[in-house]
Design a protein around this ligand. Structure first.
Ligand code: IMP
Length: 424
């Protein structure tokens, strides 16, 4: 495995959690490198369901888990997640969970600021309202608070009192709100600082050392390529680099250290939140049927996900942006009942045929998908263990996806359990 990056190739929720869980069996270190508790990975083991938001799921297998510098951390949410996992018998200590000293902290004003933006019709993006975007804004504006600040009382007090002056001006004068009490935030956050002190480390050094000693390191991407801040459907994106390159900047490893990039794609497409989605099913009843069959409700917000056909233009674009070596196709079983299945092979925009994914919001929100229609397999595939045992139409479907995306498929998931996986 060496150093492997796993990324989502669509708009998130591709089933990365399960793929990462399977791959982490052979990993020594599992690293989250971007995003925050906007992510939600669901993992099913022996009928028990675990939902992860920040903690890498490798913790279930007792692996060393790292939250890199590119991650943004809501301390309260992370403590709740740790406590919930501990209450279910998962051991979490500062030996198997390490947090980068450079990771930025989600503060209460980030959450309120996002709430206000999302409540205004014209600025609504359908975010998870976890304060992710505003935290990255402060990070880039050089006004953020890092993990290393949080665990240092003096520095934290200094930074917070300085920032809060500006922040409260904005909240009071522009938004007509009360503003935040320095004393109250200090009291709450210094407690978090105490909790996390032992977990904070120079995680880039830890990850690089693991790579140097030939350990297997798995970089766990959150969200998906089309939500990337630079390459996604801007402005309907998340605020971090969800692409494979984000693993380098977010974990502090050089590109020369990465051996392999794996993309995860669902056998169809979903999107949660607002924004363009060319292959979204237009018939409400069909969309609802796919949602129910695929249990397509957000793991973080519980919102119903929008559903549609597989978009090969989008995933081919992801293959390019991420430099994918291999592809995992998940939730193939969700299509089991369908007599006919559509695959989007190109877009039509005005009178032009587009084979490449446009990121201009004006174009991507107006393209019409050009579909190829194939026969379904109408067979329960959830207990099938070998590629050769899949119905011929399911095999043809997978081969066609691989051909269109231009990447070899190495894993097919036919159900949520670990055992419901076919390795090719
Ligand atoms: P934010 O990440 O909360 O800023 O939300 C920005 C956009 O990304 C919204 O459309 C969210 O629904 C979407 N998003 C964020 N995290 C995830 C995820 O883990 N899966 C799917 N969509 C996500």
């Amino acid at each position: 495995m060496a150093a492997t990056v796993v990324v989502g190739t669509q708009w998130g929720d591709e089933g990365k959690g399960k793929v990462i869980d399977l791959l982490s069996e052979n990993a020594d270190v599992v690293v989250r490198y971007q995003g925050g508790n906007n992510a939600g990975h669901t993992i099913v083991i022996d009928n028990a369901q675990f939902v992860f938001h920040l903690v890498p799921s490798g913790i279930l297998r007792g692996k060393k888990c790292v939250l890199g510098a590119g991650v943004v951390i809501d301390p309260r949410a992370l403590i709740e997640e740790i406590n919930e996992l501990r209450s279910r018998g998962i051991k979490i200590t500062n030996r198997n969970l390490l947090i980068s000293r450079d990771a930025h902290i989600i503060m209460p004003y980030h959450k309120l600021s996002e709430q206000i933006t999302e409540e205004r019709e014209h600025s609504r993006l359908g975010t998870t309202r976890r304060g992710i975007g505003p935290t990255y804004v402060d990070k880039m504006a050089r006004a953020g608070i890092k993990m290393s600040d949080l665990i240092n009382r003096k520095v934290f007090l200094e930074k917070l009192s300085w920032h809060l002056k500006d922040i409260n001006l904005v909240f009071r004068r522009i938004y007509g709100r009360r503003g935040f009490s320095l004393k109250r935030i200090l009291k709450e956050y210094l407690e978090y600082g105490k909790f996390f002190k032992g977990y904070v480390a120079d995680t880039s050094a830890i990850v690089n050392k693991a790579i140097e000693s030939k350990k297997n390191v798995l970089f766990e991407g959150a969200q998906g390529t089309l939500l990337d801040v630079d390459f996604g459907t801007y402005p309907f994106i998340t605020s971090s680099n969800t692409v494979a390159g984000g693993a380098c900047t977010g974990a502090g490893v050089g590109p020369t250290k990465i051996d392999e990039v794996i993309g995860v794609a669902k056998a169809y497409t979903t999107r949660v939140g607002d924004g363009p989605f060319p292959t979204e099913l237009t018939q409400k009843s069909k969309q609802e049927a796919m949602r129910i069959r695929g249990k397509e409700y957000g793991a973080t917000t519980g919102r119903p996900r929008r559903c549609g056909w597989f978009d090969a233009v989008a995933v081919r674009y992801s293959a390019r942006i991420n430099g994918l070596d291999k592809l995992a196709i998940t939730k193939l079983d969700v299509l089991d009942d369908l007599p006919r299945i559509k695959i989007c092979v190109a877009y039509k925009y005005r009178n032009k045929i587009l084979k490449d994914f446009p990121t201009e919001i004006e174009i991507i929100s107006k393209v019409k998908p050009i579909y190829e229609e194939v026969n379904g397999w109408q067979h329960d595939i959830t207990e099938i263990k070998k590629f050769q045992s899949l119905p011929v139409n399911a095999r043809k479907y997978l081969k066609r996806l691989s051909e269109l995306v231009g990447v070899e498929i190495f894993l097919v998931s036919v159900g949520p359990r670990r055992s419901q996986t076919i390795f090719l």
